[in-house]
Design a binder for this molecule. Structure first.
Ligand code: HXC
Length: 510
């Protein structure tokens, strides 16, 4: 028996070494951790249960029959994050560059199936060269099976992709179908075809970083939802994100102990909105002063910064926040901001996370660049997302809510359950100047008359009271009591039940 146990330990030791000391040293020299070191940091200490440690590929082409490494380039299993079950697979770059063989794909598929069956989140750690070139179509088949499972699990269990090294070919499409993608700065990149192929096909000279580094994907393409300095920071932040997420679409949001009183008032909010309506202020200040203990996990912080999206907690329970940001482009809605917020709203709705919306929006961004870029279709995505959301929707208009953007931003008309406005709110078709120029065009030669009409318009419409008279706003609230009002609204809405008509699926304007 002793020898058998020793044999097991020896075999495990070989598997743990992956591609060997030299390749592990090379991995460390690049500032990257190994697959197993990453899993250790991601999961609670000692909670990892590994599967398929001894799986090997079955390829006999190109001399592969003599090169077999137990585990075959991916470490898979399950464990816990702060006591809650998650599944994990981590590509091992030291073994054939983490490339995907048929056997490697089967390991991932086993974990995907278990995650779905047990309704627990799955986290993929990517650091890989795509399809195992020696295996050809068997590897492509493996990818297809992984992709299909990503889609079936979408909206049922949270799926998170951590990009921690190169990610090419098939290794970008699986992450692309998951809920969140995070990248490590300087050591990770994602592209469908790499710089060499780009050069051959388009004659463009571009570095891997310029083509698909963290900066590109968090600021330009919006493929990634955030970037971190190194592996350790990313893994710790992922643990923080998991704490916000429900385990699946049926169990509801997690509830953590909170020492922040729900009825805490914040007098400083009474002066957050400047007297001059054209002066910006930071909407994140309102978010941070509203959530429990100022703890806010922002999603896509570097992209379309004119809208802020992310998770916070009220009374220890997760809430999704969507807020126009007056500091950037005056908080206007453009194509990028609409798409960003729409995806976030749909995630929250799929996983039963209530949404709080803070509104200060001067409208949709005019111009050919926007119209040619499909503003109509992208703006419609956000309108669609809010209109089909059945989770509790609480909206607070802090200042401007102009034009179509008023309707879109979780107004009463598209499904807002509780709609509040601060006394500084201005709810109108447009600003006073634009409105008067249109309705009093004939008087434009008379500055006194125009000034008087502008004042008239401001007094009548640039307040929350016309909307409140109609019941579009449930109550005009004092800014300092925002957290208390939201907490009470969310508590009241906890039992909200809303069913949409049965259908196969909707036709979101993609
Ligand atoms: C087999 C691979 C491999 C692959 C890397 N390796 N990629 N083995 N199949 N796809 C091996 C290398 O031979 C090497 O083995 C080790 O991994 C490390 O690779 P290096 O090239 O030395 O590392 P580095 O210089 O850091 O470059 C990393 C890399 C590069 C950028 C990922 O290896 C690369 O470009 N690989 C090929 C990428 C690719 O074209 N993949 C196919 C995509 S097509 P040794 O033994 O020397 O350590 C695809 C189709 C699916 O994925 C599409 C579905 C939609």
């Amino acid at each position: 028996m002793k020898e058998i146990l020793e044999e097991l330990e020896n075999r495990r030791g070989v598997a743990r070494l992956g591609g060997g000391e030299k390749r592990i040293d090379a991995q460390h020299a690049r500032g990257k951790l190994t697959a197993r070191e990453r899993i250790e940091l991601l999961l609670d200490r000692g909670s990892f249960e590994e599967f398929d440690t001894f799986v090997q590929h079955r390829c006999i082409d190109f001399g592969m029959e003599t090169q077999k490494i137990p585990g075959d380039g991916v470490v898979t299993g399950w464990g816990t994050v702060n006591g809650r079950q998650v599944f994990v697979f981590a590509k091992d770059f030291t073994v054939f560059g983490g490339s995907l063989s048929e056997a490697h794909a089967q390991k991932i598929i086993k974990i995907q199936d278990l995650a779905l069956k047990t309704r627990a989140p799955i986290i993929g750690l990517f650091d890989a060269g795509g399809a195992r070139i020696q295996e050809g179509v068997a590897a492509l088949g493996g990818y297809g099976e992984v992709f299909k499972r990503n889609v079936i699990a979408s909206g049922v269990i949270p799926q998170i992709s951590l990009i921690m090294g190169p990610c090419a070919g098939g290794d970008v499409y699986s992450p692309a179908m998951t809920d969140f993608i995070f990248m490590v700065r300087d050591t990770s990149y994602m592209f469908v075809t790499g710089p060499d192929v780009v050069k051959t096909v388009t004659n463009e000279t571009v570095t891997a970083e310029e083509l698909g580094g963290a900066k590109v994907h968090t600021t330009k393409s919006s493929v990634a939802d955030g970037a971190y300095e190194n592996d350790v920071e990313m893994l710790l932040q992922t643990r923080r994100l998991i704490d916000f997420l429900p385990l699946n679409n049926k169990v509801g949001v997690p509830e953590w102990p909170s020492f922040d009183e729900p009825d805490r008032i914040d007098e400083s909010l009474d002066t957050l909105v400047p007297d001059n309506p054209n002066k910006p202020y930071d909407i994140k200040e309102l978010i941070l002063k509203t959530v429990d203990e100022g703890d806010f996990f922002e999603i896509q912080a570097a992209y379309a910064r004119n809208i802020v999206t992310g998770f916070g907690r009220i009374e220890g329970r997760t809430v999704g926040f969507v807020a126009n940001q007056p500091m950037v482009l005056a908080g206007v809605l453009d194509a990028d901001a609409s798409r960003k917020a729409a995806r976030f709203v749909r995630f929250c709705d799929a996983f039963e996370i209530p949404i709080v919306t803070f509104v200060d929006v001067p409208g949709f961004l005019p111009g050919t660049a926007q119209e040619y870029g499909g503003l109509i279709k992208h703006g419609a995505k956000l309108l669609f997302a809010y209109s089909q959301a059945t989770v509790p929707l609480v909206t607070v208009i802090t200042r401007k809510a102009f034009g179509g953007a008023y309707d879109v931003m979780a107004s009463k008309h598209v499904g807002g359950d509780v709609n509040y406005a601060w006394p500084t709110a201005q709810i109108a078709v447009m600003g006073a100047k634009g409105a008067v120029e249109i309705i009093f065009r004939a008087d434009m030669g008379d500055p006194d008359k125009i000034a008087a009409q502008t004042r008239n318009y401001e007094e009548r419409f640039l307040s929350p009271f016309v909307a409140a008279e109609r019941g579009y706003i449930d109550e005009v609230i004092k800014p300092h009591s925002t957290r208390r009002r939201i907490a009470r609204a969310l508590a009241m809405l906890r039992s909200k039940q809303q069913e949409l008509p049965a259908k196969k699926h909707d036709n979101l304007p993609l």
